[in-house]
Design a protein around this ligand. Structure first.
Ligand SMILES: O=C(O)CCC(=O)C(=O)O
Length: 223
């Protein structure tokens, strides 16, 4: 299960069906009526729908199968892409930035489709097997970018397209925290809502800025 491949095997990703998206999508749309594209950090700390979602059995079971029974959420990141706006998330790896470094054997990242995410909707693009190269050099996206200060992989070949991960609402993907991925702008008619979640186990997180880790345990007894 481990080694250079990481806990999700050679491709570094696993498609999942996490559950019923209807309640979560309605709750998000009640707050984010559009048409402006928005991001919200850590909704699992304040929103009932997100607290429930990070514990959904259809999600937790594959997460625990990958990294073990003691699981906490390190952060969540909600992206609501309304059509017709430029909003791209550049190539990056979820497990590293100036603040943290996640142990790839003891962490996993999830991306969940709360609405359909067909081709052209701003779905994720991934580079399967890229986790095998480990953490790559990065720089921080400037304040004007969609990622607002998040790490952006440096030295990615020009024109790298990646493999589109199209999902229907209720599907998603678990990713190795070293897997290179990005997303594009939404050019279809409907809104595209996605929730990213970083799961860690005890000792799976190292702070690079000297701060104390802040995690929200969701399962197990090791906390
Ligand atoms: O939802 C998106 O478009 C991209 C999210 C993402 O890549 C992330 O949060 O790491």
């Amino acid at each position: 299960m481990s080694g250079r491949n990481g806990p999700l095997g050679p491709k570094g990703l696993r498609e999942i069906h996490w559950g019923d998206p209807v309640a979560a999508a309605h709750a998000v749309l009640d707050e984010h009526l559009g048409p402006r594209t928005e991001i919200a950090r850590n909704p699992h700390r304040s929103q009932a729908w997100a607290k429930d979602l990070v514990r959904a059995p259809g999600l937790l079971e594959p997460v625990q199968a990958a990294i073990g029974p003691d699981v906490a959420v390190e952060n969540t990141f909600l992206v609501i892409k309304w059509p017709g706006q430029d909003f791209e998330v550049p190539w990056h790896q979820d497990g590293i930035d100036d603040r943290i470094e996640l142990d790839p054997q003891r962490s996993v990242s999830a991306w969940l489709a709360l609405t359909n995410a067909p081709p052209g909707s701003g779905c994720l693009y991934v580079v399967p097997c890229s986790q095998r190269r480990g953490y790559l050099p990065y720089h921080l996206e400037d304040d004007t970018g969609a990622s607002r200060g998040r790490a952006q992989a440096a030295d990615v070949p020009d024109g790298l397209v990646g493999t589109p991960l199209t999902c229907t609402a209720g599907q998603g993907v678990l990713m190795d925290v070293r897997l290179l991925h990005r997303s594009g702008s939404n050019r279809v008619r409907g809104v595209r809502i996605g929730l990213s979640i970083r799961y860690v186990t005890p000792e799976g997180i190292q702070m690079r800025d000297g701060s104390t880790p802040k995690v929200d345990p969701v399962s197990g007894t090791g906390w």
